[in-house]
Design a protein around this ligand. Sequence first.
Ligand code: KMH
Ligand code: ZN
Length: 290
Amino acid sequence: MNSPEDERPLVITVAPTGAEVTRADNPHVPYTPAEIAAEVRRSFEAGAAVCHLHIREDDGTPSARPDVWRETIARVRASCPGMIVMVSTGGAITMNEEERLAGLAARPDMASLTTGTTNFGEGIFSNPLPLVRRFAQRMAQANIRPEVEIFEVGMIASAQRLAREGLLAEPLHFNIMLGVPGALPGTPAHLLHVINALPAGASWSVGAVGRYQRQVTALAIVLGGHVRVGFEDNVKLTRTELARSNAEFVASAAALARAYGRPLATPEQARLLLGVPSTESERAQAPERR
Ligand code: KMH
Ligand code: ZN
């Protein structure tokens, strides 16, 4: 797309549940496939073109069960035609490698790929390069477009290294996650520093944890990037008010986009902007990205 940055369609990603927040944080966090799909549908109606999914057991614990992945994605696809479905390969910090990769078998359009290790609250989100290479290879074999999800600026250089090795296709697409305790805070200065370090031609979106989410969303919209919002990162609409649905975050981002003159990307436009094949058959025919 060659439109000027301030008119580029805005891709809104909704991250409806994540692995860490629970109903103790907000009683509206969805757990079951039906609840997750209903939240994604409400967010789709409010303007989201992409969903970034984690799955849960019915009691809210993070899940990696293949049948739960399949059911969740089938429900989302049935209720949100054309929406880009992304699975997490970050999972939860307690998961092993195969658990983290379980969503790939459910044939998503995209998958997150973190290219380095970071402190993550009280724990460690472990991504040594050999593991990242194996994850990238599995995505390439299935023609699933990676979203390089970075929590620190050095993770950009590691992604470029994997691109040089032929494991990631350029232009790369990044999601910059700010505000995770132990990693980069969600300040304007940190965001600008990361954006300036991105390779030429890369597309990018930004998500931010908790109170950082709203200001980072506004900055990304003004700077011509894309945004990610949702319960995975934030459960409050304002400092004091819990959100009742992910769709409220999406609607709030859409209102900011309107205020700053960015149209919302349709799922089809989002596919072009993020380099995602349009249909299942196109994906099957696409040359393997290596
Ligand atoms: N839950 C975090 C440990 C991702 O989805 O790829 C990792 C995470 C990143 O959420
Ligand atoms: Zn995630």
